[in-house]
Design a protein around this ligand. Structure first.
Ligand code: C2E
Ligand code: CA
Ligand code: CA
Length: 442
């Protein structure tokens, strides 16, 4: 299709109604167009496509925001070319574009337009010698399903887009009312989590981290459990994603910090020099708060816990979503003597460059690499290269998910001397770890 002039594509909108970066209709003006179209008929028949770029955040992390902006400009241009002439194209979110198909309501046609858009967007982007590929997902809402107001219809397409991404991306999903109930279910889980927090149903278990050479416990990772009144003890798989995404996360995170530090203090009183360092996992929400640094310092001081007995585990994905301020706070904690560990190392997007922008004290090799390390040459090579990176940067390396003697021997033979896994102990109640510590070799 031939590219149309800006005026035709946007109906000669005043500049304020245009998105300054991409030149398509800006969000508010787009919603207004949508509203007008909704009110034009008693029973509106048209469709809204919400086009989102798959993993755009990762693209930005990897190539920088300037490059990301360029991609968005190209995408906007291609969207205009791929859409029917009377379509209205707007930028409704960072990497989300709305395509208002003002006169199409036949799902087959909608699918057809969507396929054309996706195929056009997936062609390589050549930019001053650089070549990028991006893929797009589409959430479609065919009226009259979706709602009576512009924001309802946009929300409906958002649900469909979320489903398309959830199903692996580069695909289209149509809004169905059922999608709303799925979210409602999620909302009631969040309610239950808030309740659980108020009722003190969360617990921490501790899993030992040992020195592979002599089996002595060096540290313990605090892992959360939910003692559900009717369902019993739940592992994080059942609730951690919902918790992390909810507003309860920051309260639970603070509770977790206090509880783990109090336990670390108890062990330090009981075991002195032999006390294990206690590791906690942070939620993204905790990092986003500027009070993290003050809160951690406050807890350490209030409990008289030496900073060297606290370890903070953070995944690179979570760390990279944060701004400079977070990195500054974490680096300040490191200077205080708190250990900072990169969790699940190797599974993120930018492991090696991550270490440059985000110095840590330890790397935790993800258990997915340990699982088959004895038989799988690729896993073995990955584990070895993480060990090498750790050694050459002079930072510790700990392996996670060690279940067999074979895995232990592999690690020992290749220069990794610390591990956590069922071979040494499952996550256990603090009293059990106390016994464990009492009975360890001297
Ligand atoms: P993670 O931080 O990677 O924690 C390690 C997980 O691996 C734990 O699962 C642990 O029980 C399990 N594991 C340890 N050794 C072995 C082994 O030898 N074999 C196998 N198959 N698994 C092993 P868990 O406790 O179910 O926790 C799962 C995830 O939930 C954690 O992954 C972490 O991402 C999240 N999580 C758990 N507790 C907390 C918490 O207090 N705060 C935050 N923010 N996240 C938490
Ligand atoms: Ca962890
Ligand atoms: Ca991990």
């Amino acid at each position: 299709m031939v590219a149309r002039s800006e005026a035709k594509a946007t109906g000669a909108l005043p500049p304020a109604d245009l998105d300054p970066l991409t030149g398509v209709v800006a969000r508010q003006a787009f919603l207004k167009r949508l509203e007008t179209r909704l009110q034009a008929d008693a029973t509106p028949r048209f469709a809204l496509l919400l086009v989102g770029i798959d993993d755009f955040r990762a693209f930005n992390d990897m190539h920088g925001h300037a490059e990301g902006d360029l991609i968005l400009q190209h995408v906007a241009r291609r969207l205009k070319d791929a859409s029917p002439r009377d379509a209205v194209i707007g930028r409704v979110g960072g990497d989300e574009f709305g395509v208002l198909l003002t006169s199409i309501s036949d799902p087959t046609l909608v699918r057809h337009v969507s396929a054309a858009i996706q195929s056009m967007l997936s062609a390589p982007y050549e930019m001053a010698g650089r070549r990028h590929h991006v893929l797009a997902s589409v959430g479609a809402c065919v009226l009259p399903a979706g709602g009576d107001t512009a924001s309802d219809v946009l929300a409906a397409s958002s649900l469909a887009l979320a489903r398309a991404k959830h199903d692996g991306g580069r695909t289209i999903r149509f809004f169905k009312p059922q999608m709303r109930t799925d979210v409602t279910t999620r909302l009631s889980l969040v309610q239950a989590l808030r309740e659980a927090y108020a009722q003190r149903q969360f617990e921490l278990l501790y899993q030992p981290q040992v020195d592979l050479r002599d089996g002595r416990v060096l540290g313990a990772e605090a892992l959360m459990r939910w003692r559900h009144p009717t369902l019993g003890l739940l592992t994080p798989a059942a609730f951690i994603d919902a918790l992390a995404a909810s507003s309860v996360a920051s309260d639970v995170g603070m509770w977790l910090l206090h509880t783990a530090c109090a336990q670390a203090r108890a062990w330090s009183l009981q075991f002195g020099e032999e006390a294990p360092r206690v590791a906690i996992n942070l939620f993204a929400a905790q990092l986003a708060e500027s009070r993290l640094l003050t809160e951690v310092r406050h807890v350490l001081r209030a409990l008289e816990l030496p900073p060297s007995l606290l370890e903070i585990e953070i995944t690179e994905t979570i760390a990279l979503q944060q701004g400079d301020d977070v990195s500054d706070q974490l680096q300040a904690l490191r200077r205080d003597g708190v250990t900072l560990t990169c969790d699940d190392f190797g599974t993120g997007y930018a492991s090696l460059s991550f270490l440059k922008t985000f110095p840590v004290d330890r790397l935790k090799i993800d258990q997915s690499f340990i699982r088959n390390v004895v038989d799988d040459g690729v896993d073995a090579a990955i584990v070895n290269s993480v060990i090498t990176v750790g050694n050459s940067l002079g930072i510790g390396v700990v392996a996670e998910g060690v279940e067999t003697v074979g895995q232990r021997d592999f690690l020992l033979a290749n220069g990794c001397y610390e591990a956590q896994g069922y071979l040494y102990g499952r996550p256990m109640a603090p009293d059990r770890l106390t016994d464990f510590l009492r009975n360890q070799p001297r």
